[in-house]
Design a binder for this molecule. Structure first.
Ligand SMILES: [Zn+2]
Length: 384
């Protein structure tokens, strides 16, 4: 089987022996696999990832010399069942899968561990309960976007964004674009998107962002007053004092009214901000500029050490949330949103390459103007 192997930062196409299937495992013929930003970072930073992974109790992430096959954003067709499978789907059925498999006492992430080769390959092994049939004749390239879109769907759910909230997306790479699509699929009326790259801003518009801006020209937090967001401590003090004064003019005890207001969910308006950049300093820049009581959802993966000033976050009562991946249910729901056309990630798919084109695709993805999401089609002979 041909696969793209990453060893000491080099990506080469190699012939790999077929790995025998374990209990409950299914071999898929890979139809498409997305190149994830995390793969780009892992190519050079694998050992750091492995060290950090070990710190949180998972010591089986790949290291530089391991000869890893990347690829966790895939769609495929059922090719062969291992022992102890239910075999509910006939061979050839198009499927996607949550990219984790069981190896004895361990559960390994597909495409990030040498114990679970990924889908930059002709075949990939998945775990049957994590596999889902692709509905509605959804094309393989869109189905392969289930995984990254599930990340976005989870982030938006964790952000608890209401339809009337203003959502601000910082960074319009594939993660930010996915978040924009997920926000619009949830019916959020106002989505503001910010990116330095004109190409990425154009994609943000195509993905449904309502306001798209260049942070070099204007801050995404500028004009927050027009949405009723509190931009200074002075505003917050005024709101507290003013509300208390107003309630004091009514014939009922102010504390009853205040408590009732809390029960009904009355609270100052604030945006939900999605950090989709993942470089040191970005959290601090958001905390410094965000309106009072903003909720900040950190989706961008920053592996390095970062710092921010708690005084600012405390005085604004910033609600900082970190998100990781998705549940199998969120994965399934995302697949069905794609199949029903409620999220259309096609604008962000900028090209498709064969296995031989993966190394060049990694380089090409360094240019935000030209590329956003590149898919691998193992049956394509040459790169597109
Ligand atoms: Zn990914």
């Amino acid at each position: 089987m041909r696969a793209v192997v990453c060893r000491h930062e080099k990506l080469t196409v190699e012939d790999r022996p077929e790995v025998p299937l374990g209990p409950g495992q299914v071999r898929l013929e890979v139809l498409r696999c997305g190149i994830c930003g995390s793969d780009l970072h892992a190519r050079t930073g694998m050992d750091d990832w492995a060290d950090l992974g070990a710190k949180i109790g998972y010591a089986r992430l790949a290291r530089q010399g391991d000869g890893l096959v990347f690829g966790h954003e895939f769609s495929g067709a059922v090719a062969e069942y291992g022992p102890k499978c239910k075999q509910e789907l006939p061979t050839g059925t198009p499927v996607v899968a949550v990219p984790i498999i069981r190896n004895g006492g361990d559960v390994d992430p597909i495409g990030l561990s040498p114990h679970a080769d990924g889908a930059y390959a002709e075949q990939v092994i998945v775990q049957e309960p994590m596999m889902m049939e692709v509905p509605n004749g959804l094309p393989a390239d869109v189905a392969a976007m289930t995984e990254p879109m599930a990340v976005a769907w989870h982030a938006v759910r964790r952000g608890e964004v209401k339809k009337k909230d203003v959502a601000i997306v910082i960074g319009c790479g594939p993660v930010g674009l996915g978040v924009i699509l997920a926000l619009k699929a949830r019916g959020v009326a106002t989505v503001v998107a910010s990116d330095f790259s004109p190409g990425r801003r154009a994609l943000a518009t195509r993905c449904g962002a309502d306001v798209v801006l260049d942070p070099a020209v204007g801050s995404p937090f500028e004009g927050a007053e027009r949405w009723g967001h509190l931009t200074s401590s002075r505003d917050a003090f005024e709101l507290l004092m003013g509300t208390r004064e107003k309630l004091g003019r009514l014939p009922v005890g102010w504390w009853h009214l205040w408590r009732l207001g809390e029960k009904l969910g009355a609270m100052p308006k604030r945006p939900v901000i999605f950090e989709c950049v993942g470089v040191p300093g970005i959290i601090e820049s958001i905390v410094d500029a965000a309106p009072i009581m903003s909720r900040v959802v950190v989706v961008g993966v920053c592996v390095g050490t970062d710092h921010f000033t708690p005084f600012m976050a405390i005085n604004k009562e910033i609600d900082l949330r970190f998100v990781l991946a998705y549940t199998p249910l969120e994965f399934r729901d995302t697949l069905h949103l794609l199949a029903e056309g409620k999220m259309d990630p096609r604008p962000m798919v900028t090209s498709t390459v064969g296995l031989d084109g993966v190394a060049d695709a990694f380089t090409a993805l360094g240019d935000p103007e030209a590329q956003a999401k590149i898919l691998v089609d193992p049956r394509l002979a040459a790169s597109a």
